[in-house]
Ligand binder design. Structure first.
Ligand code: ZN
Length: 200
């Protein structure tokens, strides 16, 4: 292997790492060096875990969560309250609510929020399937969206889309600060927000 091609492979690794959230080029270079130095302890197990994840993890065609099975473990769990669907923007929000253990119902992941300036309209989000799911046995749709302008305008749009389907549409209330993102909230705040939800 020539020096030049080895260098370009490291550069490719750095370029890919730099695309991860929170990692700029400088941090990506540091991460790449650490990986290459800790070949047996870190690089090889990470490469194996990534290959396995790429091969086995799929999107749940019902709710938009990711899992090794489709429908996902949550959608398949008969102990879950089938009457409630909790709508979140991102999978990270679902994970935050699951960590807090405050949701007994099912989920629906939108994959983001409406953002016309970024070209994100209703067709870019997982909204069609939510409207289809808004039928018995479901009776309540809880919009657990971020307390941001985009999150709230998305909630407003969803409320209109769900109108007339016999659902009680609720949203998070007290607890979520303005500008707050669910993924960053502690369990107590999330629990308070779920408990004090109200009908729209
Ligand atoms: Zn699912």
């Amino acid at each position: 292997m020539s020096k030049k091609s080895a260098g370009s492979e490291i550069e490719r690794l750095v370029q890919l790492l730099a695309r991860l959230p929170g990692l700029g080029h400088r941090s990506a270079r540091k991460a790449a060096l650490t990986l290459l130095k800790k070949r047996a302890d870190l690089l090889e197990p990470l490469a194996a875990a990534l290959t396995e994840a790429a091969a086995k993890i799929v999107e749940c065609q019902t709710c938009g969560n990711i899992d090794t099975v489709n429908p996902c473990t949550i959608c398949q769990d008969p102990r879950r309250d089938q009457t409630m669907i909790v709508v979140v923007e991102e999978i990270g929000d679902l994970w935050a609510l699951e960590r807090a253990g405050v949701v007994s119902g099912l989920y629906h992941v939108l994959g983001g929020h409406l953002s016309p300036l970024d070209g994100i309209g209703p067709d870019q989000l997982n909204i069609g399937r939510l409207v289809e799911r808004a039928a018995p046995p479901a009776t309540e749709i809880l919009l657990a969206l971020n307390a941001t302008v985009e999150g709230q305008s998305t909630a407003h749009y969803l409320t209109e889309q769900l109108h007339g389907r016999g659902m009680t549409v609720t949203r998070l209330a007290q607890g979520v600060p303005m500008g707050g993102e669910l993924d960053y909230l502690d369990e107590g705040t999330l629990a308070a927000a779920i408990k004090s939800r109200r009908t729209l």
